[in-house]
Write a protein that binds this ligand. Sequence first.
Ligand code: SF4
Length: 426
Amino acid sequence: MAGTLESAGYTCAEDVSDADVIVYNTCSIRDKAEQKVYSAVGKQAKRKRNNMGGLKIVVAGCVAAQEGETLLRRVPELDLVLSPHHANRIDQLLEQVDQGSQVCAVEPIQIAEDIAIPRRDSDLTAWVNVIHGCNEKCTYCVVPNTRGIEQSRAPEAIRREMLALGEAGYKEVTLLGQNIDAYGRDLPGAAADGSGRRAWTFTDLLHYVHDVPGIERIRFATSHPRYFTERLVRACAELPKMCQFFHIPFQSGSDEILREMKRGYTHSRYRRIMDNIRRHMPDASISGDAIVGFPGETEEQFEETCALVREVGFDRVNTAAYSPRPSTPAALWDNQVADLIKVDRLHRLNRLVNEVAEERAQRFVGSTAQVLVEGPNPKKSDEAVGRNSQNKLVFFPGNGLQLKGKLVDVQIDYVHAYTLFGHMLT
Ligand code: SF4
């Protein structure tokens, strides 16, 4: 949206009080994020009522998709509500607002992303969408309602975007999708090798974009355990630009809860996928997402989640207490877990996750990491900071400004749970 607005002549205001247009790009994954939107928008609506008649207020993103017209009714000072499908048309929609109408653009459409001119906050690493939406039906998740059905981008368009990034000096690309392993399911055709596979899978896409000049590293997120294939693991192990970092949410370690969540795998199937990754790439980083306090979760079932965390030895786990979301099946169930229990389980899981991450980080002590330098350490100017292939932050003495964008070898001297410290090898 920022890129589209800039190319339409808008510039970024220094301070929100100087802005003529305010865009809230919103997340509805948890109730708290959603409540924050209403509070922030309410403040601007009051300003507009009092003395800023010309101010335009826009709500974009998943809360916009979920609430639609309700947002306009609840906050009549709003000018534009647009779902993620319409993000690339924000300039045209603002023109409609200029003509005097309140606009609500939330109907699902084919995303014409290739007309967008993205603005990127880094000149070194970039995110590239490969698939939008999700066809899964996890019973806690609001994403299929807000992001719509899967829409894979054409492989040629993805490669073109990466070629342009390589030419512009970018070194690392993270390919993005809500369920990235579903890439290509909606693209037509069958594989030319007669295997009966569809024409494009995510693994095929990796092979297709891997040789883009200038791009030294490729990451991707988010993977779904149900679709994470042996072929993909082998591609990640064999293609030299692929980073050894996997984000594969597990959500729970209890088979009963996984069934209730409609996740489509079991504790032991998830373990087998992890074992397979480690067989091919023993040092790979593995991160996951976990939800505690899903409706009906017992103490024993919570313990199975803790057991999975211990067994796998995650490098990181993003944890959350279950938050009932509108229009999702689990929100209506009457076996909700009390907030106090959820908070207690969340604290216990977080403690365990940190312990396990710290233990797992020890494997780097004494090893040599190849680090893509991002610049100086913002807190210590005589230090540089970058990331290794496993996505760990690495700090070391050096001139971050001069080294920015370079791949350097750093010997790791000591580690914390999520950061590594070392010295550069010359
Ligand atoms: S796969 Fe992920 S995005 Fe899709 S419904 Fe499940 S949790 Fe939501």
